[in-house]
Ligand binder design. Structure first.
Ligand code: SF4
Length: 409
């Protein structure tokens, strides 16, 4: 039996894309392996958002050159965003690559396999991949924004929403295979609209599928959280009360230079509306964007206080070749480091406070191991007793320690 090893870099959309590509390989008789040495096919699904991620994927190719030399019949597939960006230059530099499939071509991956002549005709799809209790379901590809620091629109292209029927079939298949939680994915996931189906309609429909206990989504864009959206989902407890809502900066001036499409005030308005429906909010922040002054940075700090994020992923700005912001003059590294330290300290304090605030509350926990799981608001919870993996329990919270809640169950 042909065995396939998969190395995925980057975001959850890439995890879902790897799953989808593997399904096509599985329908041609391949079986998944975690062991590269016993594999016949190596699939590398790449990320290009940061230089570092792209560099790691390309370096991995160096290791695969020797792997292929051992058995020349082995197949190497290089896919995803870095494959899209680097395109043909890769084939020249790494002639041993068998298939290069960019992020824009993933939906035609079956045709790519057929055209390669390396695989049998598709048979029955018997795939079962490694996402465990969470079934990742891509609902749209691409992005219609043009944030000045971001390479995604040029590698993934404009938004294309998938048909609702296909999404429901994908989610139902994952639920039948054991997923209790469905994670809907898209670069601006809450902009989903297919014919008459809005994002809120889709969330409600997925939540009604047999076996689905919880629905999550990522990454949303603030401007698509409307009062109509909140009204349509507010009474559905299966929609997890957590939103990862990237803000990037607290200064309206910097947000405009980043071309994010909202102001500080609009962002905070969305945060208040989401919190009024019980949503717990985490975010992404970039410090040291080229035009960020000391006052702009202070505005980021004050926004973090006002929004009371329970978690924030904070990054120093680093230019991405091919984006408009890459032409701007960089701030000195020591300023970036100083600002990042200050911000991380603040975020740590807020995160501790958010966990402490849950003590005494009642949480619905989806068990991801026998005695640990995640609450709807995305807090990790440790239970006293053991439960079957995948079960959902309601318990009150006895104490918090760092980023872990302890159940009284
Ligand atoms: S919304 Fe902005 S940051 Fe997000 S993928 Fe689109 S361009 Fe990139």
């Amino acid at each position: 039996m042909t065995k396939v090893f998969i190395q995925t870099y980057g975001c959850q959309m890439n995890v879902a894309d790897s799953d989808e590509m593997f399904a096509h390989l599985a329908s041609r008789g391949a079986q998944y392996t975690e062991n590269l040495d016993e594999a016949d096919i190596a699939l590398i699904n790449t990320c290009t958002v940061r230089d570092h991620a792209e560099h790691r994927a390309v370096s991995f190719l160096g290791r695969l050159a020797a792997w292929k030399q051992e058995k020349p019949g082995r197949v190497i597939i290089f896919a995803g965003c870095a494959a899209q960006r680097l395109g043909k230059t890769l084939q020249k530099k790494y002639p041993f690559l068998d298939i290069i499939s960019g992020a824009k071509e993933i939906e035609h991956f079956a045709d790519t396999l057929d055209a390669s002549g390396l695989f049998n005709a598709p048979g029955k799809d018997t795939h079962q991949l490694a996402s465990g209790l969470t079934g990742y379901v891509t609902i749209m590809r691409g992005c219609n924004f043009a944030c000045s620091y971001c390479i995604v629109p040029s590698v993934r292209g404009p938004v294309k929403c998938l048909p609702t029927e296909d999404i429901l079939a994908d989610a139902a298949q994952k639920a039948r295979a054991g997923a209790k939680e469905i994670m809907l994915l898209g670069q601006t996931v809450n902009a989903y609209q297919f014919e008459n189906t809005s994002f809120a309609d889709l969330l409600n429909q997925v939540s009604r599928l047999p076996g689905v206990e919880r629905v999550r989504f990522t990454s949303p864009h603030p401007i698509y959280f409307t009062p109509e959206f909140l009204e349509a989902i507010k009474d559905n407890p299966k929609i997890a009360r957590h939103v990862h809502l990237p803000v990037q900066s607290g200064s309206t001036k910097v947000l405009q230079e980043m071309k994010r499409g909202y102001t500080r005030e609009i962002f905070l308005e969305k945060v208040r509306a989401l919190k009024s429906c019980g949503f717990n909010i985490s975010t992404d922040i970039i410090v040291g964007f080229p035009t960020e002054t000391e006052d702009d940075f202070k505005e980021t700090l004050s926004l973090v206080d006002e929004a009371e994020f329970f978690a924030a992923y904070c990054f120093k700005y680093s230019p991405r070749q091919g984006t408009p912001a890459a032409k701007m003059k960089l701030l000195p590294q020591n300023i970036l480091e100083e600002r990042l330290d200050i911000l991380l300290n603040k975020v740590r304090g807020l995160s501790d406070a958010a966990y402490q605030a849950q003590v005494g509350s009642v949480q619905e926990v989806l068990l991801e191991s026998e005695n640990k799981g995640r609450a709807s608001g995305n807090f990790w919870v440790k239970t006293r007793k053991s439960y079957p993996v995948g079960s959902v329990i309601k318990t009150s919270i006895e104490k918090a320690d760092g980023t872990l809640l302890f159940a009284r169950d």
